[in-house]
Design a protein around this ligand. Structure first.
Ligand code: AMP
Length: 285
């Protein structure tokens, strides 16, 4: 008989017992309107796990009152086809009442809130957004009992918040981060790209151009945050139709601003192209 003292030891023991009979389960949480970015997550999950579930749920609690919850793109039939092609075993597509039982969204009592981090980057301009994300992802982790969950670096601040949630709640699901998938011209794939007019689609390239410019400067040895952020601002200045929400260089774990870029630093931008809010980022390696 063994004596265990830490949650990590207990979990390791419990996992070893389960895995002896049950191979790992992977979960890919999404809001649907699937594209090649989502497909890449399913493929990584497929390679790492024997069983793969993808959730499709447009989560009302992560949208602000004036945001696009009602018109968020929904394409369930096409999503099922893509998920099937990529090898998902299960699509979990709950109704709102299934994840938020018997409560109008204005009266939900139980939330998961990662204080501090949730007010930074996207959380600063989308109050309550990360509380909604953490809450629904916690529900999905608990419901699926997944061993691994796959997220895109595309939503880098979301990753920081979910990692912190997993650590603080000692959740058993391990987070795996997958690279950003881009269109051939560099635009990061996003379900919201469907909102863009042809002219806006071209303007939207400003985000990836700024990210690439910063990557080039870092590769040349520039590390000063102020210089890198100013350089990104100059890229945006060339496209006045695009309105910056934020341009930040932060520690990827804490989302706190840094003065000097170092390995693990997150350079992140968010901007409005017309009415569409897009994000992009890069991690200093
Ligand atoms: P969403 O459906 O937008 O909530 O995204 C579901 C998951 O797909 C999140 O983990 C996103 O970070 C990830 N994702 C979205 N776009 C991309 C992309 N272009 N490349 C890689 N992952 C992505």
């Amino acid at each position: 008989m063994q004596t265990l003292h830490t949650v990590a030891e207990l979990r390791q023991w419990s996992r070893a017992c389960r895995r002896a009979t049950q191979p790992p389960i992977g979960l890919v949480p999404t809001m649907g309107a699937l594209h090649a970015g989502h497909a890449s997550l399913i493929r990584v999950a497929r390679a790492r796990c024997r069983h793969v579930a993808i959730s499709i749920f447009v989560n009302p609690t992560q949208f602000g009152p004036n945001e696009d919850y009602a018109c968020y793109p929904r394409s369930f039939e096409a999503d099922c086809a893509l998920a099937g092609r990529e090898g998902a075993d299960v699509i979990f597509a709950p109704a709102v009442e299934e994840l938020y039982p018997a409560e109008p969204s204005s009266e939900i009592a139980t939330f998961v809130e990662v204080a501090g981090l949730s007010d930074r980057l996207d959380g600063a301009s989308r109050p309550g957004h990360f509380r909604g994300v953490a809450t629904v992802v916690a529900k999905l982790f608990i419901a699926s009992e997944a061993d691994l969950a796959f997220f895109g670096q595309k939503d880098a601040a979301q990753v920081s918040i979910l990692r912190r949630m997993v650590t603080d709640l000692r959740l058993a699901t391990e987070i795996v981060v997958c690279p950003i998938v881009r269109d051939s011209d560099g635009l990061a794939l996003s379900s919201r790209n469907a909102y863009l007019t042809p002219a806006e689609r071209i303007q939207a390239l400003t985000l990836s151009h700024a990210v690439r410019h910063v990557e080039e400067l870092v590769a040349q040895g520039e590390r000063r945050s102020s210089v890198l952020i100013d350089a990104a601002r100059e890229v945006f200045a060339a496209e006045p139709a695009v309105c910056i929400d934020y341009i930040e260089l932060v520690d990827w774990a804490t989302l706190e601003a840094v003065e000097t870029a170092a390995p693990g630093t997150l350079f992140a931008v968010a901007a409005y192209v017309g009415a569409t809010r897009l994000i992009d980022n890069t991690i200093v390696r």
